[in-house]
Design a protein around this ligand. Structure first.
Ligand code: FMN
Length: 488
């Protein structure tokens, strides 16, 4: 496809996503006025099942939040059943499609220069009681490596600090690496930040691939077509033509200001808080009737869906090749994102530990605890996981702790070294692997000890015997007796 054929027809954006959610009965419209500074966070924090569309916000704004509210809605966005979501995304990560330049796009309908816009008039919400202020949580930040010109796209929290200024948390990864290169040259790093798009763009931005990989190519792979881009007005960067809103500006070298606290993904406030860089904006472009995107963090909120999905899928790809092709079924993240669960059937004794070591040492810094279970354990059902830990683990053999490892700098349970905004920032902690698998099928005698009980005639249905039997109880039966959804 070239620029001339990159039209808006059939392209996915936040509007097609809203329509899709609504058609699936997954969207709740809120037509009463909501104050983003004092009310919106509470409404999103309690809504774990449905997406929310805020129709009456200050300055006539509308906004989408909690979309995807959970992995079920993420599966809807990818068009696959929930239990196949992670393997599907893992497969899609293998396809990269280069973006194309579109002549123009809806995000260019209205343009404002410095002095003509005020970030405080956007419906940016305050997520939690101790937050340092309103934070744009849905901004996807585009930067470039000044040496190679390679693009990077990633999430960064942006605390609103004035009409044209925000803070930014640059976790030591790719965009931080780019920033350090500019800072060494005493130059500001140009940034373009797009807000409001289809969730496949958000999942791509949250994917940590190799340094230099372009997340717009990953988004293209997810979409099955090139991402259409448009040139920015004031910086040498490109942004998606179909975004709702774009902010252009720069991160000056060496400047640090107090930033945070912020309601973060682990459900705590203070990690990352400190003297962090700032962003100065000089241009805002948007659709004429732009819809804002609010994003609530906290354990098991929308932010965690974007953390968990690409992390599980990226690590699943890595595990596929450990030891020449293990029998790997699925990968999932625990709440708080520092725990990972690998669902597999061992081919050999000890194979699970090999996979767990790889899971603890990947592109992602988050995993601290890695657990392996068999295919009969539903890894998205925490009661099943705890049952496997309690009944399939011999602690002296199956739990291994690796001391003195580099851990995620936002894990409050570990000692912090350095400080946010500095080159040394990290947590010096440890990692743990727990092998809760059972012996491999090749050792049938040992495996037999773990055959799960099943009643006689499991196909019988309670409602055929007692009409008043409650629906949830009846629905629970197949999962209770047949374990993992994968096996049904
Ligand atoms: C909801 C959400 C919020 C995030 N917030 C930040 C942030 O404030 N600062 C940061 O450096 N990374 C943040 N991240 C992580 C990165 O955006 C993400 O890991 C991305 O893959 C990093 O890209 P990179 O590896 O190309 O730098 C966030 C991720 C998600 C899903």
């Amino acid at each position: 496809m070239n620029a001339a054929t990159a039209t808006g027809a059939g392209r996915r954006d936040m509007r097609t996503w809203i329509a899709e959610l609504e058609a699936a009965g997954e969207l709740v419209r809120i037509d009463k006025p909501v104050d983003p500074l004092t009310q919106m966070g509470a409404l999103m924090y309690q809504c774990r099942e449905k997406a929310l569309f805020f129709e009456k916000l200050p300055h006539a704004w509308r906004s989408l939040g909690q979309a995807p509210a959970n992995l079920r809605q993420a599966a809807l966005a990818f068009g696959v059943p929930e239990e196949r979501l992670v393997p599907h995304v893992a497969a899609k990560l293998g396809t990269r499609i280069a973006p194309v330049m579109a002549g123009s796009g809806p995000v260019k309908e209205v343009k404002f220069s410095r002095g003509e816009f005020d970030l405080r008039e956007l419906p940016v919400h305050v997520a939690g009681q101790r937050d340092g202020g309103p934070v744009i949580g849905s901004g996807l930040v585009v930067t470039r490596d000044p040496d190679t010109g390679q693009r990077n796209v990633s999430f960064h929290r942006l605390q609103v600090k004035g009409a044209d200024k925000t803070g930014i948390l640059l976790y030591p990864r790719h965009s931080w690496k780019n920033y350090l290169k500019y800072q060494e040259r005493n130059q500001p790093m140009p940034v373009a930040i797009f807000i409001g798009h289809h969730p496949l763009y958000y999942v791509a931005a949250a994917t940590t691939a190799a340094y230099g990989d372009d997340e717009f190519e990953i988004a293209g792979g997810f979409l099955g077509e090139p991402v259409p881009l448009v040139k920015c007005e004031t910086v040498d960067l490109e942004v998606p033509a179909d975004a709702e809103l774009v902010l252009e500006g720069e991160i000056p070298p060496h400047i640090r200001e107090e930033e945070g606290p912020f309601s973060e993904f682990q459900d705590y406030y203070v990690t990352g808080t400190g003297r962090n860089p700032i962003v100065q904006y000089r241009c805002l472009t948007r659709r004429r009737d732009a819809i804002f995107k609010n994003l609530q963090n906290g354990s098991e909120m929308e932010g965690c869906v974007f953390h968990k999905l690409p992390m599980s899928a990226t690590i699943m790809r890595r595990l596929r090749d450990v030891g020449g092709g293990p029998n790997l079924h699925n990968v999932g993240m625990l709440p708080g994102v520092f725990g990972i669960v690998v669902q597999m059937t061992q081919r050999f004794h000890g194979e699970a530990k090999n996979l767990l070591m790889a899971a603890l040492s990947s592109e992602y810094q988050h995993p601290k605890v890695a657990i392996a279970v068999d295919a009969d354990v539903d890894i998205f059902n925490h009661s099943e996981l705890l049952w496997a830990l309690a009944t399939r683990v011999n602690p002296s053999e199956d739990v291994v702790v690796i001391p003195s490892t580099h851990n995620h700098a936002m894990d409050a349970s570990l000692p912090e070294v350095g400080a946010p905004g500095t080159a040394l920032w990290q947590r010096l902690g440890s990692k743990m692997l727990i092998d809760a698998t059972i012996p491999p099928p090749a050792d049938a005698a040992a495996r037999a000890a773990f055959e799960r009980i099943r009643p006689r005639n499991p196909e019988l249905r309670l409602e055929d015997f007692a009409a008043e039997a409650s629906l949830p109880l009846v629905r629970a039966l197949p999962e209770l007796f047949f374990g993992s959804k994968l096996l049904r």
